[in-house]
Design a protein around this ligand. Sequence first.
Ligand code: ADP
Ligand code: MG
Length: 355
Amino acid sequence: MTARKPAPIQKLDESVINRIAAGEIINRPSNALKELIENSLDAGATSITISVKDGGIKLLQIQDNGHGIRTEDLPLVCERFTTSKLKVYEDLSTIQTYGFRGEALASISHVSHLSITTKQAESDCAYKANYADGKLVPAKPGGSSDPEPCAGNNGTVITAEDLFYNILSRKSALKNTRDEYNRIFEVASRYAIHNSGVAFTCRKMGTPKADLSTQQGASTISNIRQIFGGKIGGSLVEIKHEDADLDISFSGHVSSAAHEMHKSVFLLFINHRLVDNTPIKRAVESLYSSILPKASRPFVYLDLRIKPENVDVNVHPTKREVRFLKEDRITSAIVECMHSKLVSTNSSRSFAVQS
Ligand code: ADP
Ligand code: MG
């Protein structure tokens, strides 16, 4: 190979930086939705309604009844690294909110046409604002970009349209709108199960019947039954455990060893965040494969709480993973608790049959 001269190093243009960063955080409609649901929950919403067109690519809208956004914050809200949740770095170790980086709305505004309508309870009217690339823009060319007063309910409606209109490679990779809708439904229904204090609705725009509709205050188990069907709902055993030594507690609903499913379902929340954790998932699956008939798979919903100081939530752009201390011991504690619960449930069942 002939040696070539290095190209000069140049700083990327701000808009290029922002679009690249946005593409890392928002890689498909369902993770835009995850960020938006988390914002609604952070705002104290008890009702969240999701409407979707073409798998969320044409339109993704989420309405909540949370505390709204201060009118004076509307010019800032979609800029990168603007947040009402974190002030100094140290706050991260005790953070109670889902959000902390102030990147979600900014990212969505860099890859879609975004609008926000919001009303605080004490305000006489709502305000609507439109955004592109982090900044306020006019609703129509030539108009004013200032937020406009309008009618609206308490809370916030966020609408993202034409997702990835400016990242054509990403857009063309997302052709299967049904698959994207299924992912949206999955995110919404998992948050619905974990947040039984919040009513969740999810529907395709223009269809009269919602695909997901949970009531505020319905029990976790009745939400699981509604979403995954009565057969699973009827076969679940409850687990609950506290470990002072490890500074953790967990609870959940898992399918009994007697129940057979063909596809495994694994819902893991760590400190209320929906996350992937391969070691825990593998350990739980191998526990089940040792007790279930071949080809049968478990249903597991696990709500794990770890002292916030022991968890690092800032390891992945989509926050899909978290790291925590004593992972091996915590994994073993979960597996042991499940094992003894499943064994005792099974033996009490067989005892009941024998007697
Ligand atoms: P983060 O959640 O990390 O703060 P976001 O970009 O997701 O960053 O949101 C920026 C800010 O916008 C939040 O800190 C919050 O103040 C406000 N916000 C976003 N969505 C909502 C909502 N649904 N209700 C009230 N405030 C919101
Ligand atoms: Mg957020």
